[in-house]
Design a protein around this ligand. Structure first.
Ligand SMILES: C[S@@+](CC[C@H](N)C(=O)[O-])C[C@H]1O[C@@H](n2cnc3c(N)ncnc32)[C@H](O)[C@@H]1O
Length: 282
């Protein structure tokens, strides 16, 4: 399903929050169930996400993750001065803060997300950006439409088949195009998702790829996260047709005293929280 988003932001959230607490478990979740769960979860939780993290993200900054690494300094897509006039696809764009920064550099971004409510927040912040509601596994664009593709924690951690997403990104990129995406650092899978000291002891196998699933009373998934080891991610990038040119593990900077879920200064100073894959298409 894909749809261009028009209209205005409504202050009424899409659907009421779940009534009963979902049950957290580990079990298989295929592509369709994962996609359905993500759409519902992000539609229900977009308001809270933007209210909790919108200030840190900024309306028009490009932040790669909770450490606060900013593309203006990192230049992972290339120097900011080189972005002018480039067609850029942002995947899992949320409220399109990164796309807004790209537009300010003179690029032509398209912000794509599965969640209607997240894209409504993009409209709330400002109109004028092309917004597309679609699944990252089925990109509604012609071959070779973009010079660059990027994603800050969008889609990749939530899909059952990341290679499918990478092949789609490869298809819509022009030769020589860069694909840069950030995800939760795979090492975090082995630790409890807690910001305090309880999040510093290994509690699960890093090698266990069984997805983390929250399900409702009927057993239907309402939230899914898929784990890949670092080696899996590298193999997926290559299977998607890309060359890996860098793997960035941002260190926790001294200025950042903010917690974001399980990401905190305490843990960030000891173990990596984010992995950013810089890939190129030949
Ligand atoms: C953690 S948020 C990141 C949003 C934004 N990049 C940011 O930094 O705030 C993850 C986003 O990925 C989107 N997403 C999840 N699964 C997706 C999929 N299969 N296709 C497209 N977007 C997806 C969600 O709707 C959500 O907006």
């Amino acid at each position: 399903m894909s749809q261009e988003i028009h209209g205005t932001y409504s202050s009424e959230p899409g659907e009421p929050a779940e009534s009963a607490e979902p049950e957290a478990t580990r079990r298989a979740a295929d592509e369709a169930e994962s996609s359905r769960a993500s759409r519902g979860w992000w539609d229900r939780n977009a308001d809270e996400y933007q209210s909790d993290h919108g200030g840190f993200l900024g309306d028009d900054r490009f932040v790669w993750g909770p450490e606060g690494l900013d593309e203006a300094e990192a230049g992972l897509l290339g120097p900011a001065s080189s972005l002018k006039g480039l067609d850029v696809l942002e995947i899992g764009a949320g409220a399109a803060q990164c796309s807004r920064w790209l537009a300010a550099q003179g690029a032509r971004p398209v912000a794509l997300d599965l969640s209607h409510r997240q894209l409504q927040h993009a409209l709330r912040i400002g109109e004028g950006l092309p917004l597309v509601e679609a699944d990252a596994g089925r990109l509604p664009f012609r071959d070779g439409s973009f010079d660059l593709a990027c994603s800050a924690y969008g889609a990749v951690p939530f899909v059952a088949d990341p290679v499918r997403v990478f092949r789609e990104v490869h298809r819509v990129l022009r030769p020589g195009g860069r694909w840069v995406f950030s995800v939760t650092h795979p090492i975090r899978w082995a630790f409890p998702d807690e910001p305090g000291p309880e999040g510093l002891s290994v509690a699960a196998s890093y090698f266990d790829r069984v997805p983390y699933v929250e399900q409702d009373e009927s057993g239907d998934a309402v939230y899914v996260e898929h784990h890949r080891t670092l080696g899996d991610r590298v193999r997926d990038v290559v299977a998607g047709g890309f060359r890996l040119v860098d793997l960035v593990e941002p260190e926790w900077p001294a200025w950042n005293d903010q917690e974001w879920g399980g990401w905190s200064p305490l843990r960030g100073n000891l173990i990596p929280g984010t992995a950013i894959f810089v890939c190129e298409r030949d």
